[in-house]
Design a protein around this ligand. Structure first.
Ligand SMILES: [Fe+2]
Ligand SMILES: [Fe+2]
Length: 178
């Protein structure tokens, strides 16, 4: 039963070593530098998505599409929250979250597309969500069992991106019916 568990004395000794590493212990199985890099790409994606949804929110409001605008705003707020949670995890790993506007669009997986019409905006948001879904799935697979906390965070975010994609697909369908 206890075979796969490290004995308690060893665990306690290990915990006292390198305490400056915070939550990162000897059992951390991932390549920390690489995980920080990957999370910074996800952070850039979230920032770009926040900005795009913000732009779409104000533009939709301007053309009196209040229902759609409200949806854009809600998504902008979700993406902002995702960015914050990823940044927090990066600092827990001893890294520095990259908020630099230089190269932001290149670091991001999803694109910033303004879109001319309401339909364009919704379609671009759907495309961006689908890119995020694919790249987050890859990140989750990469993290595997090596960093369960980062993996759970990304799984949680992935679930919201799937809801976002579904929302955008429904809006697009509604628009087509009118
Ligand atoms: Fe997000
Ligand atoms: Fe999203």
């Amino acid at each position: 039963m206890a075979e796969f568990l490290t004995d308690i004395t060893t665990l306690r000794e290990r915990a006292r070593q390198k305490i400056e590493e915070g939550p990162i212990t000897a059992a951390y199985g991932a390549d920390r530098e690489r995980v920080i890099e990957v999370l910074n790409e996800a952070l850039a994606t979230e920032i770009v998505c926040t900005l795009r949804y913000k732009r779409h929110y104000f533009m939709a409001k301007g053309i009196h599409a209040e229902g759609v605008a409200a949806e854009f705003l809600e998504h902008a707020q979700d993406e902002q929250q995702h960015a914050d949670r990823i940044a927090e995890r990066i600092t827990q790993l001893g890294g520095a979250p990259d908020f630099s506007p230089d190269g932001l669009a290149t670091r991001s997986h999803a694109e910033y597309v303004e879109g001319d019409t309401l339909e364009d905006m919704i379609r671009e948001d759907l495309v961006a969500e689908r890119i995020a879904i694919d790249s987050y799935k890859e990140i989750i697979l990469y993290l595997g069992d090596k960093d369960p906390t980062s993996r759970r965070l990304m799984e949680d975010i992935l679930a919201t991106e799937e809801e976002h994609a579904d929302d955008m697909a429904n809006l697009l369908e509604d628009l087509g019916r009118h």
